[in-house]
Design a binder for this molecule. Sequence first.
Ligand code: MN
Length: 702
Amino acid sequence: MTQAAILFKEWSGYLKPEDITQLESAYHFSEAAHEGQFRKTGEPYISHPLAVASILAEWHLDTQALTAALLHDVMEDTAVTKTEISRNFGKPVAELVDGVSKLDRIEFETHEVAQAENFRKMLLAMARDVRVILIKLADRLHNMRTLDAVESDKKRRIARETLDIYAPIANRLGLNRIYQELEDLAFQHLYPDRYRVLSKAVKAARGNRREVVSKVMDSIKRRLKSSGVEAQVHGREKHLYSIYRKMREKHLSFAQVLDVFGFRILVKDVAGCYLALGALHSLFKPIPGKFKDYVAIPKANGYQSLHTTLFGPFGSPMEIQIRAIEMHKIAEAGVASHWLYKSSDTSLSDLQKKTHQWLQSLLEMQSQSGDSVEFLEHLKVDLFPDEVYVFTPKGKIMALPRGATAVDFAYAVHTDIGNRCVAVKINQDLMPLRTELKNGDRVEIITAAHAKPNPLWLNFVVTAKSRSRIRHFLKTMHYQESSQLGERLLNQALGALGSALGEIKGAQWDRFLRDAGAKSREEILADIGLGKRLAAVVARRLLPLGEPGSNEVPMPGSVIIRGSEGLAVQFAQCCKPIPGDPIIGIISKGQGMVIHTHDCPAIIRARHDPDRILDVAWDPDTRKLFDVSIKLVVANQRGVLAKVAAEIAGAGSNIQNVAVDPEDGSDYTNMYFTLQVSDRLHLARILRSLRGITEVVRLSRV
Ligand code: MN
């Protein structure tokens, strides 16, 4: 029988006659389109789409998907168009083929940015219709199975890409068998020598212990039976790449990794799982800390099982998985089990829904974060599901990636909770927001109505959701603050031309906006605040021609700095100005205004662009505290640091940071403090009281 004939015979087992007719016509269509093309293996090209369709048929995918699989390369490799497919086989099929073709066009490059960008496109396609990715995975699987015929450079590239991208996606979608096969094939082509050595060793080891395994299996079966648990017991083999990965990651020898027996026990239902567990724990002692209950708390990809490790009878540990038959289906086929077992089982449709939600959240995330590399980084956290499970105050379970903090939890509950969180209670105790959550923690977020996200949170949050929400909030806030600053800058620049913002008429604005190609005044003002446009230039263009006609241009006033402008005004880290210091503002493109002291070397560097330098002055009553650095030379004596710290505290200042030069045997040593002060007078007061300490030899602001 030909490949096609075998396939159609199989299909007739689960498809209706009219479906078979459509598939037959798709097959002939595809064969005609690929006429004269050959695979690298030398076979006619049509053998490939047939193989892909046959892989999908193992999951009992629907006729649309199978039709698309047969046609998946015609748009890419032949002159057939989407319209043609749509006319012959319907719009849904054409969309699927189009989706797969778009993925084909993605060249994954080693360059990380390109890779991230492409990965993103792939997820987009997947989010629209998960069948696209199933076809793509089947396509990749067949290409991997026939990779021998491909030249070695390309082979390595495809194998690497499979390991980095396709296998993790298969894993995330719960397509376990495909995931393992993809990894092993990639391993084989990427590291042929290691693969050979390892597979030989594994075979030998398995041969040697066959007897032991069957003895253990018999005793397990007997115990389950005497406990009245109906179960099937299977030996379980790890796939090669997972053995290799374990050796590498945990620096284990081959003997150590393989010195573990694996068994899988399939039972009827959930109750059976726990009964079997009890029976086994009374047969062999469990290793403490190794028990995991994925039945009560499934993994994100829907996986459910009890995992336990037992001290085996021959000194080797035994890893046991216990699950119900229904759970086993999902464990093997993941999201594809929806097609495979067209049952109305709630756990299946639930998985379908969850996968959809996951894809939807990816879509949302990618539209918010502009940075592909960051997106990929965070997606990796999502794709390698290492999760912690915590509880809300109402006892609801939330799954978060390992390393997630209280802030991540807050954003997972709701964006508003994240944006307004100020403190957290973990298991009733108040803890810092950056605290990493542990399995089983009960987490209660405390919010305040006017609280805002802190940019520093970006240093410790781990979920893409919290990161993108914080970014988004800061961006919006930055925009508002920048446009407020821009308004003040523009008003000042207009003042220098003898006008004022209030005098600019609507028509003048409209003309300016049209010329500048901007959407709103707000946008122009934000641009000014961010330094993307110069206030002086905007001011000149806003005024009608001929103005200012008069020669008596008043002196421009200073822009008043209050210290409360938020993100729009930054205080330079190089000279750390404090109120009372003579200051100058420099507008830098995209960053907005940075305030420096008069004598800061940064000003000299900005001289070539005088329009960017602004006259600024302190508001007489700034309420904020400012950082300032001081340096002390002190005699090397016991307790001097404590004395200095006490004086500083006594003068009403906070110490933000202390550093002391390492002991070098000399009589004197340098100390550096970063303090918070309200202004120059405050600083002077502190310095004066420090001079009163006898051990302080020299004292200066840095
Ligand atoms: Mn293909």
